[in-house]
Design a binder for this molecule. Structure first.
Ligand code: FAD
Length: 468
């Protein structure tokens, strides 16, 4: 009788998970990829969805479609809620369906969420940007602030509504602030009658003394100058101590404080690795760092568990940054490691990261790029950014439509994706308020007994857990 092939279970369809699965295409294994979304998300361009340049589909193609021709992969939409290292089993849940999935090898690439440094209550007023939901909520808030400002006759309130604050001056914050500035000063400049969007204030805040610290002093200074040139107010050296519906408070190093009244707040500071890292650490000799990242062995495996690997944003190894290239290369490395073991040609060298550089866009035709000793700014850097991002967008269709949207946005200053809805704006908060009462099922989008007792039991369907 034929021996079943080893099963590799991959958690996550982001950079780490997807590139691991692709690198296992020719290996003698069966792969189950389980991820809580049905798409592969290109997070570096989320800010363009939030500011109306791109549509969600362009940066989030269906994982199933990407892997359709790779016959050794099965893709499942489910959220992994438990990992059991002793029995080599996962528990996954989606819309009331519970599945237990066995593995021979496990690759955990569940990424990271936003961190509010212990102040999770800020999230209600200053959403982060980690998912398509987040980007669409922010889009609704960014454009929504303008709409409410147009309605109000109160000058002070109008000023508050036209104040945008981005917290965190890393690449995401810099790109977001730059785009909100361009949106208000160019794209929508002529669209309102009661307000002049060009008068909007866009502030970028950070507790550090520089924007884009990893880019080095020279590029940081250039980036700050470019931001100020387009009208972004950069405030450095101040920690955000409170955020509420109407604005936020800052405390500077010299002890002074400042309150900024703002209608739209965006949180782009701090990450916290998936809680699966802590769950794995609790069952092994592994430790997690302050950001919840699991400290792995030099081959990305979990200490004491050579069959379990953690890659990408969840992994703590040699102080590597949480960037796409680390996730891609670590995912590909563990795939080679597993393929080598299965084929009897073990890979014995540790994971080695090759730094291809970093880049951030500041405005139309303006960017900063750092590749080893090479430092670029301005138009040349922007072209390098454009070409590279276009190449990394997954799928020909998405590349073509992204290019078209960029031509519209960069040559005409208009944006094709300005649609916002009420649900986008309030959906997350409504779900949060429902708390444990929010139980989505497969028979309806919500558990009908929770919505209305009268439709009751006949609409409920028990789903038994299944084993895979
Ligand atoms: C706004 C933003 C901008 C960025 N810009 C850049 C940039 O310009 N350059 C750069 O190099 N990097 C950038 N990054 C960082 C880069 O995107 C990440 O380093 C990279 O995505 C990490 O890949 P990953 O596979 O570890 O995690 P992710 O890509 O986050 O993927 C995690 C996957 O796990 C799934 N998942 C999570 N929890 C579970 C669970 N419990 N069960 C099942 N599935 C789960 C998610 O649905 C997702 O599919 C940016 C990140 C953000 C948020």
């Amino acid at each position: 009788m034929n021996q079943p092939r080893p099963r590799v279970v991959i958690v996550g369809s982001g950079f780490g998970g997807l590139f691991a699965a692709k690198a296992l295409a020719d290996a003698d294994v069966d792969i189950v990829m389980v991820a809580k979304t049905t798409h592969h998300l290109f997070q570096p361009l989320l800010y363009q969805v939030a500011t109306g340049i791109l549509s969600p589909g362009e940066i989030a193609p269906a994982t199933r479609e990407i892997l359709a021709d790779q016959k050794n992969v099965r893709v499942l939409m489910s959220e992994v809620t438990a990992v059991d290292l002793p029995t080599r089993k996962l528990r996954a849940e989606a819309l009331g369906n519970v599945t237990y999935i066995k593995y021979d090898y496990l690759i955990v690439a569940a990424g990271a969420g936003q961190s509010y440094f212990g102040n999770d209550q800020f999230a209600v007023f200053a959403p982060g940007m980690k998912s398509i939901d987040d980007a669409l909520e922010l889009r609704a808030r960014i454009f929504g602030s303008l709409e409410v400002a147009e309605l109000t006759e109160d000058a002070e309130e109008r000023k508050r509504l036209l104040t945008y604050v981005v917290v965190g001056a890393g690449p995401t914050g810099v790109e977001m602030a730059g785009q909100i500035r361009e949106l208000t000063s160019k794209t929508v400049a002529k669209d309102y009658r009661n307000i002049d969007p060009r008068e909007a204030r866009v502030l970028l805040l950070d507790g550090a003394d520089r924007v884009l610290p990893p880019f080095g002093e020279r590029l940081s200074a250039k980036a700050k100058a470019q931001l100020e040139k387009i009208g972004v107010e950069v405030k450095l050296g101040g920690m955000v101590t409170d955020v509420d519906a109407n604005g936020l408070e800052l405390k500077y190093k010299d002890g002074s404080t400042e309150r900024i009244e703002a209608g739209c707040k965006v949180w782009a500071a701090g990450v916290q690795a998936s809680p699966l890292g802590r769950m794995i650490a609790d069952q092994s000799e592994a430790q997690v760092d302050r950001a919840g990242r699991l400290e792995v062995e030099p081959d990305c495996s979990v200490p004491g568990h050579p069959e379990v690997f953690v890659v990408g944003d969840m992994m703590s190894l040699d102080k590597l940054p949480g960037v796409a290239q680390v996730a891609i290369q670590s995912g590909q490395y563990v795939a080679r490691k597993i393929a080598g073991e299965v084929s009897g040609k073990p890979v014995t060298t540790p994971f080695k990261y090759f730094d291809k550089g970093s880049m951030a866009v500041i405005s139309k035709f303006g960017a900063v790029v750092k590749m080893g000793k090479l430092e670029l700014t301005g138009f040349v850097a922007w072209v390098a950014w454009l070409v590279l991002h276009l190449l990394y967008i997954v799928g020909f269709k998405a590349q073509v439509s992204t290019l078209l949207h960029w031509i519209i946005a960069f040559l005409t200053d208009s944006r094709a994706e300005r649609t916002t809805t009420r649900q986008q704006m309030v959906g997350r908060l409504a779900i949060q308020q429902l708390g444990d009462n929010f139980k989505p099922t497969i028979t309806a989008s919500l558990d009908p007994t929770q919505v209305d007792q009268r439709v009751g039991e006949k609409n409920r369907r028990e789903v038994r857990p299944q084993e895979l």
